[in-house]
Every structure is written in structure tokens, then in C-alpha cells.
Design a protein around this ligand. Structure first.
Ligand code: M6R
Length: 608
């Protein structure tokens, strides 16, 4: 949520800073800005809009200097205005800051600073940081910039990743973090700071991952990390990234979303290659726990829900999926329990809140995450890295599917340990998962044009119900979320059986229902799902079906249908989801939406 970049170099930094916040734009994109030091002051340019437009209008690249910070914003405190865009400067204009997170005591700090004659230019919580540092510079005890910076950070409540430049120390970037991600990049004659790897991945793969309560003093030829309270130096290890800049480019696809949908055969192979021992360790925790919970939010909650179904079917274990934003209120996890979190970024506030509370209460914790070195990967007792590579589109596709595969794989391992699956059934299930990459790539190659025509036909219906039973229920939820996020259509996901208990009153010829139908081999589920379809059609509802039943096709039963290739029952829901991802993508194209940067969203939601 919000992108931070800083570069301190022996060369001019403005062009690189611009490229850097363009690469971070998926973290937030309502406004952006840049500050570069010259000999007199921190020159600041900022405005409302996408980075490319603001950069052109405000002439970002005319800023001249070797040290600078930049920011791309997702508004939390204060509207989307030029004044509220970052960087923010102190009264003297001698220092500028950029900030991610939320300063929860900003009102109190602002009131005190106002009494001391500080003038505020914005409505943000962030601006108090600049004035507070300036104020602390006046105090005798804290007269060095470094001390004033640390003293100010210690007065902040809430979460922050902050980077600061000042004319009084022109060759340095100061930065610090608490509960918001911040990492350092080590280059040649220049160093970087960023809210994630994409800030500097074009220039270096060597990074230092900062921990909560740390700050860093970065120059073009060195860095030092210290504890904010006490200024003690902290030795840090260099992590070399496996991702490279090329992986984060569109590679000939018109949008990241489509590229990432097409990368799924590959990313599934990657998650299938995770060591069996890792799954076994999680499985042992699941089995030995008094209560085991799965948690995530948004897409990763739906991923967890699919995991819950798989653990029930493959291992006979009930491990409820709990939305992490409600976790504390509903899941009293304690010593002896196990909490498994799922997150692409590893930085999502709600999921971190659940994990942090769990850490205090004593259960074992683990996480399935995509981003190496992320907060969750460091907070939990055990981490499984899904290895999906960078996911740039705000809408999660390949990361979510890989997490589903990880949980399906975990369910198999757990089933083998509980004795629910014998050796042959375990092997069969794993082979079914291994078939998915080819099934998906064939589907994408052969059926994309058809999915596009289906989307074109139905894109102009605003109201949708997405329904499914069993494992197709979380698939329906996730598919509906895709349509909401990328196409801004109203799509409600629900269990097919739930419909008749109220929502069916909505059915008329304007409401479209997308139904995920299991194969006829899943007799009971098939019959029940078809029962719901009949009830909808009896009330004049129009049904679009995703199914693999040849007999249904022959009978021309539905308003419209997508016939999916035959797939083993365990993995068929994933194929339906891939089809739904593509369907939502093409609807959004038809409606001319901003695919990779949908309105109001941000890739990683690091605030409450
Ligand atoms: O990074 P995380 O997986 O923890 O993010 C969780 C949700 O914010 C995320 O899945 C969100 O729902 C996406 N926009 C889904 O496309």
C-alpha cells in the first residue's frame, strides 16, 4: 500500500526514481511525487494522477541532484489532492519525507506541533513526521539529524515505513520502519531504499531486509542499520533475490493480468516442486494441534476456504478458514493450536494482525507466501515459499492458484499421515495435480477466443450471482471477486444450496447466474447443483454454466455455457477458476476498464 523509493548516488537520480515508482505503481496510484536535493533545498514535485501523467506534467526528470525520494500513494488520511500527495516537507523546506502506513497519534502530534508554530500544508497523517523531525532538531539532546530522526520515529504510534532526505546531510537517505515493509538495495556507487524489491530490481538483486524498530543511514557507498531505540548498530545479512527485472515485465502481453494468467502452468510446477518435507511439517502441525485455523483475507480467504474443503475431503480434518480481518474476534487461538496464514505479499495488515496476536497467545504459526523476506515469512515459525515470481497486476491470479495447489498438496500430505489416504491414493492425487499445468495451458491456447466471445456477450449485465457447491463454492467466491475487482460489476458469490434460502428472490431476467457445475462423476454434487439451476430457470433467470458434461451440452440447457475439458475431480475446480479469471479479464476489456490498476485498489493492503 503506497510505494516508497529512495536513491542515493554519485549520479543524477531523477530518471531512475521515476522508473522506480512506475514499477511500484501497483501499490497505489491516486497521486505521486518526487523530492530531489540540490544545494539550497529539497525540490519537490507532486500531483494527482498516474505516475506517467504526473511525471510529464510536473517535469519530474528536470529535478537535478544525486539524492532523492519518491512515492506513489493510495490515500488513507486526506483526499486525493496535490497537497496530500507525498513527499511532505518541513516548515523550513530543508527536509522532505515519504511515508507508508498510518500514524495513529497524528492528531495529538499535530496539535502539539501547531502550538509550536508549525504550519501544515496537507490533511495527511504523514506530514507530522516531517514537522516532528524538524522540531526534534531544535532540541539540544537530539541536535544531530540522525538523533532527531530516531527521536521522532519513537514518538510515532501506528505503522510506518519512512524515508527522509535533508539539505543538512545531502549525501544521505535516512529511513526507518515499523509494521510496514522497507528494504535496502545495494548497488554500485549507489544504494536504494524501497517498499519492495520492484523499487530497485532493475539495478540490483542484493538487498537488506529491515526489521521493525530499525532505521538505516544510507549513502552512495555504504549503509548502517541501527535500532531506533538506543542507536545500537545491527549486523544484517545480504539477501540475493531470485527474481529479476525481466520477470516483472509484460513480455508481449497487453496486461500483467493476462500475462500472469498465462504463467499459471509454470507457477503451478514451481509450487509442486516445493519439498515434500515442508508439507509434511505443516501436516504434522495440523494433526497435532488442538484447533487448527487457516487464515487470509480477500482472495487468500477464499484460497483458505478451498483448503478447508480439501483438508476435510482428503484428511478428514476440520480446519476452519477464518477471514484474517475478523480473526481475533472469532478464533481464540491459544497454546496447542496451529494458525496457517496465506498471503501473496506477506505484508497484509489484517493477516499480520492475526498472526501477531497468535504469536502472543502461543499457538504455532506458519505461512504460505510468495514474497521472499516479507514480514510474514519472518514472523511465523515455518514458512513455505510458493515461488510464483512477481505478481504485478493488483488482481491476484497466479499467486492465488499456486496457494490453492499448495493447500491441496498439504491436504494430501495430511491425509497420508492420518491414514485417510493410502499410498496409492496419495500417489494418484499427486499425479492429478501434476496434470494441471498441461490442462491449463491447453485450455488457454484452445479456448481463450471462445471465453472472449462469451465475455463480450455478457459484459453488459451489471448483476451477477456466482454459485457452486463443495469445492466449487470458494471457486465461485473467488471468481465473483475477480469480476468485482477488474470489471466493477456486481457479482455475489454463494453456495448454490444457499440461494433458495432468500437470495433467489433477486432472480429475474436481468440477473445473470454463473454456475460452476461439477462433473457427473460427482453424482450427489452434480445433482444438487443442477437442482439449483432448475430453480433459477423456473423463475426466469438466465444461467451461464461452466461445466464439462457432454450430455448437458447436447440438451442445450443453458442460456450460455463454457464446456471445460475433462479433468480429475480433485483438480477440476482449479480449471474452472482459470476459466473464470479469463472471463473476468475479457469482460473488463469489453468495458474498457483499467485492468492492471483497477480503481480504488492497491496490491498489498498494509493498513487497517
Ligand atoms: O498479499 P495478500 O495475499 O495477503 O493480499 C490479500 C488481499 O488483499 C488480496 O488477495 C486482494 O483480495 C486482491 N486484490 C485479490 O485479487
Amino acid at each position: 500500500m503506497c510505494g516508497i523509493s529512495g536513491i542515493v548516488s554519485s549520479r543524477n537520480v531523477s530518471k531512475k526514481l521515476l522508473g522506480s515508482i512506475q514499477n511500484l505503481e501497483y501499490r497505489g496510484y491516486d497521486s505521486c511525487g518526487m523530492a530531489v536535493l540540490n544545494e539550497q533545498n529539497a525540490q519537490v514535485k507532486k500531483n494527482v494522477g498516474y505516475v506517467a501523467d504526473v511525471a510529464e506534467k510536473e517535469l519530474f526528470t528536470t529535478l537535478d541532484g544525486n539524492v532523492g525520494i519518491a512515492h506513489t500513494r493510495w490515500a488513507t488520511h486526506g483526499g486525493v489532492t496535490q497537497a496530500n500527495a507525498h513527499p511532505h516537507v518541513s516548515c523550513s523546506g530543508r527536509l522532505a519525507i515519504v511515508h507508508n502506513g498510518i500514524i495513529s497519534n497524528y492528531r495529538e502530534l499535530k496539535a502539539v506541533l501547531r502550538k509550536k508554530k508549525h504550519r501544515f500544508a496537507s490533511e495527511t497523517d504523514s506530514e507530522v513526521i516531517a514537522h516532528l523531525i524538524e522540531e526534534r532538531l531544535k532540541g539540544k539532546k537530539n541536535s544531530s539529524i540522525e538523533n532527531a530522526f530516531m527521536a521522532a520515529l519513537m514518538e510515532l504510534d501506528g505503522s510506518y515505513a519512512v524515508a527522509m532526505i535533508t539539505i543538512d546531510k545531502p549525501g544521505i537517505i535516512y529511513c526507518g520502519k515499523y509494521e510496514s515493509p522497507l528494504i535496502i538495495g545495494l548497488g554500485k556507487d549507489e544504494n536504494y531504499v524501497g517498499s519492495d524489491f520492484n523499487a530497485f530490481i532493475e539495478y540490483t538483486k542484493d538487498t537488506i531486509i529491515m526489521d521493525d524498530g530499525e532505521c538505516a543511514i544510507i549513502s552512495s557507498d555504504g549503509y548502517e542499520v541501527k535500532k531506533v531505540n538506543g542507536a545500537r548498530s545491527v549486523p544484517k545479512k545480504i539477501t540475493t533475490l531470485e527474481w529479476d527485472a525481466e520477470m516483472a515485465k509484460k513480455g508481449g502481453f497487453p496486461h500483467y493480468m493476462l500475462k500472469e494468467i498465462h504463467e499459471q502452468p509454470d507457477s503451478i510446477k514451481k509450487v509442486m516442486a516445493v519439498n515434500e518435507k515442508d508439507y509434511a511439517e505443516l501436516a504434522e502441525n495440523l494433526i497435532s494441534a488442538e484447533n487448527a485455523y487457516l487464515t487470509g483475507v480477500g482472495t487468500t480467504f477464499y484460497v483458505s476456504q478451498l483448503g478447508q474443503y480439501c483438508l476435510a475431503s482428503e484428511a478428514g480434518i476440520m480446519a476452519p478458514a477464518v477471514s484474517s480481518d475478523e480473526f481475533l474476534e472469532i478464533a481464540p487461538a491459544k497454546k496447542g493450536d496451529f494458525v496457517l496464514a496465506v498471503s501473496q505479499s506477506g505484508e497484509t495488515y489484517d493477516t499480520l494482525r492475526a498472526l501477531r496476536a497468535a504469536k502472543k497467545a502461543g499457538p504455532k504459526t506458519a505461512a504460505i507466501v510468495n514474497v521472499v523476506g516479507s514480514s510474514m515469512s519472518r514472523l511465523t515459525d515455518k514458512v513455505v515459499l510458493q515461488g510464483s515470481g512477481p505478481e504485478i497486476c493488483v488482481i491476484s491470479t497466479k499467486a492465488a492458484v499456486s496457494q490453492m495447489i499448495a493447500l491441496m498438496r498439504l491436504a494430501i500430505e495430511t491425509g497420508a499421515l492420518t491414514g485417510h489416504l493410502n499410498v496409492a491414493s496419495k500417489k494418484r492425487r499427486i499425479n492429478e495435480l501434476k496434470k494441471l499445468p498441461k490442462l491449463i495451458s491447453d485450455f488457454l491456447n484452445e479456448r481463450s477466443a471462445f471465453v472472449r466471445s462469451l465475455a463480450q456477450k455478457h459484459a453488459h449485465h451489471f448483476d451477477w450471482l456466482f454459485i457452486g457447491r463443495g469445492k466449487y463454492y470458494p471457486i465461485a467466491l473467488e471468481a465473483a471477486l475477480k469480476v468485482k475487482e477488474v470489471a466493477y460489476l456486481h457479482a455475489e458469490g454463494m453456495p448454490a444450496g444457499f440461494l433458495k434460502h432468500g437470495t433467489i428472490a433477486l432472480i429475474d431476467d436481468r440477473v445473470r447466474t454463473l454456475v460452476f457445475i461439477p462433473s457427473e462423476k460427482e453424482k450427489e454434487l452434480f445433482k444438487l447443483t443442477m437442482g439449483s439451476v432448475e430453480e433459477i430457470m423456473a423463475r426466469g433467470g438466465k444461467v451461464v454454466a461452466f461445466h464439462s458434461s457432454r450430455s448437458l451440452t447436447k440438451s442445450k440447457f443453458f442460456k450460455d455455457e463454457l464446456v471445460l475439458p475433462d479433468a480429475p475431480d480433485y483438480v477440476a475446480p482449479i480449471l474452472s477458476l482459470v476459466a473464470a479469471q479469463l472471463f473476468s479479464y475479457f469482460i473488463a476489456i469489453e468495458l474498457n476498464r483499467n485492468i492492471d490498476k483497477p480503481r480504488a485498489l492497491a496490491k498489498s493492503v498494509t493498513v487497517a
